[in-house]
Design a binder for this molecule. Sequence first.
Ligand SMILES: C[S@@+](CC[C@H](N)C(=O)[O-])C[C@H]1O[C@@H](n2cnc3c(N)ncnc32)[C@H](O)[C@@H]1O
Length: 209
Amino acid sequence: MVDTAEQHPATWWEERYASGGITWSGNPNDLLVGEVEGLVPGLALDLGCGTGGDALWLAARGWQVTAVDLAQAALTQAAEHAASAGVAGLITWEQHDFDVSFPAGEFDLVSACYLQSPFAFQRLETLRKAADAVAPGGTLVVVSHESFPSGGDPHPEQYMPTAPQLLSDLALPDGAWETVRAEGLDRSKTKPDGTVVNYRDNVLHLRRR
Ligand SMILES: C[S@@+](CC[C@H](N)C(=O)[O-])C[C@H]1O[C@@H](n2cnc3c(N)ncnc32)[C@H](O)[C@@H]1O
């Protein structure tokens, strides 16, 4: 259980990665892959990249990726994996706390996969900046937990809208975006101890006109 009153978010995430509390699966997020695999590669921005599974997958398919996270320990591990995979030259790693700063530039794809935390942060405002960073003709993909697997860290202060609610909350200019997908999915996974946990994710996939 995370004591969000006592712990500092950056320290908590750093320690989580540095201690091996989050390990590298080597795989991209399946819900991102489903949305992106048909797109023509260009410039991509991966927000909250963690240990880089999505960034490496994108780079291996020809995207030039800027991958961003709060935790330097995550970025360091991700960069090592990128070097081993031979895609280091296609990925730029940037450390940002999205409550404080946001990467510069305009991108053909902006993704935010499970950019969620036990600590309160400006998630909706960050996702608005994510939309602003999409180039004309480009794509925004936000993959989120809509409910959490039992046994995980509770996220009591978390902003966890459905995909249609997020779309509404983003308050994007009328007519400027096409909704490709805005839907929730019931999911389950088997933990290492054999326990099956159920949860709900959602995907918001928008194309900028
Ligand atoms: C649940 S993990 C998801 C990581 C990765 N996208 C994935 O799908 O495996 C959330 C990530 O968001 C990052 N994060 C949390 N709060 C942040 C903030 N305020 N600014 C930037 N990154 C943050 C964490 O360090 C963590 O890597």
